[in-house]
Design a binder for this molecule. Structure first.
Ligand code: CMP
Length: 139
């Protein structure tokens, strides 16, 4: 996939905490268009598959607990340089280290409950978009 589409997930802390509108406003202001969106309550198996790269890490079980604790909003976002730009806009994993004005600095609670996920490469964006939007014609 060219770097024009990426996957974002508004996580259970932010989705359940009523921050979705503010986060989407932030993303649209940064030039992203929402190409597709879907509210999903992940199963344990689904969360474990999505975060398979982190399996075995000390935070894995807690991360799966968190990501299955409530619904999330998965979105395909579009703009030039989508993957790189979205990671800049959301900020560092730990909100304490995120630049001021980034989504995580504004809306995240902690390194785990960090409001939003974004794909880290165009290849992973393709895999992650397929995970949530398999069979959807994204045109
Ligand atoms: P995300 O961008 O979704 O990718 C993996 C997630 O694991 C990350 O955001 C955090 O929510 C979580 N995570 C990464 N590192 C840690 C850590 N050291 N402790 C707790 N959670 C973490």
């Amino acid at each position: 996939m060219n770097d024009i589409r990426t996957l974002a997930i508004i996580k259970p802390d932010a989705f359940g905490g009523g921050k979705t509108g503010k986060i989407i406003d932030h993303l649209e202001s940064a030039g992203f268009g929402v190409l597709a969106a879907r509210v999903v309550h992940l199963s344990r198996a689904g969360a474990e598959t999505f975060y398979d790269v982190h399996r075995g890490k000390p935070f894995f079980t807690s991360l799966v607990d968190f990501m299955t604790s409530g619904p999330v909003l998965a979105m395909v976002l579009e703009r030039e340089g989508a993957v790189t730009r979205l990671r800049e806009v959301i900020g560092a994993t730990d909100p304490a280290e995120a630049d001021p004005g980034t989504v995580r600095a504004l809306y995240a609670e902690s390194k785990e409950r960090n409001a939003i996920h974004a794909s880290d490469s165009p290849d992973n964006a393709r895999v992650e978009v397929a995970f949530f939007f398999a069979g959807v014609d994204l045109a």
